[in-house]
Design a protein around this ligand. Structure first.
Ligand code: FES
Length: 152
């Protein structure tokens, strides 16, 4: 078993922050027409040291195990971040300790990134692809999946 698969298994053994945040300040929902998976993310903000930061993030996934594992890690990473800091996180950043997502799984991380972006900026269309860790090695860059906002 690869190290990546072991990390996915570990993350799935006890996924964090699953389910609706009843008192959320923001919610984002996206779906991938390519694989049919969906992700919803809720954000709750608080004031800390004069800044508005994410106090809690949670998710609900109708998708693959990688997307669930990334969302579990991402919702933990988001705590304490400002909206601006959260906007600057790529799918790869959100995957945290999972490390570099395999090319076939990058779109799973992008589903999580899309849900986050939709929660932060519901009026915006999905952005162009960001660089991934694959950018520096001689691998063809994967194309970004089309992530579409869904009605909540
Ligand atoms: Fe669709 Fe992973 S296969 S999000």
């Amino acid at each position: 078993m690869s190290s990546f698969e072991e990390k996915i298994e570990q993350a799935l053994a006890s996924p964090q922050n699953q389910g609706e945040l009843a008192d959320a300040d923001a919610v984002g929902t996206v779906g991938s027409p390519e694989c049919g998976d969906m992700m919803r993310m809720w954000l709750k903000f608080t004031e800390k040291d004069g800044k508005r930061v994410i106090d809690r993030a949670s998710f609900q996934a109708f998708g693959c195990q990688t997307a669930i594992a990334v969302a579990s890690i991402a919702t933990q990473l988001l705590k304490g971040k400002t909206a601006e800091e959260a906007r600057n996180l790529s799918a790869q950043d959100l995957a945290g300790d999972l490390g570099a997502l395999p090319p076939m799984k990058i779109h799973c991380g992008q589903l999580v990134e899309g849900a986050l972006r939709n929660a932060l900026d519901p009026q915006e269309k999905p952005e162009a692809p960001k660089n991934t860790l694959l950018g520096d090695i001689n691998v063809q860059k994967p194309t970004r999946i089309r992530v579409i906002p869904l009605e909540s």
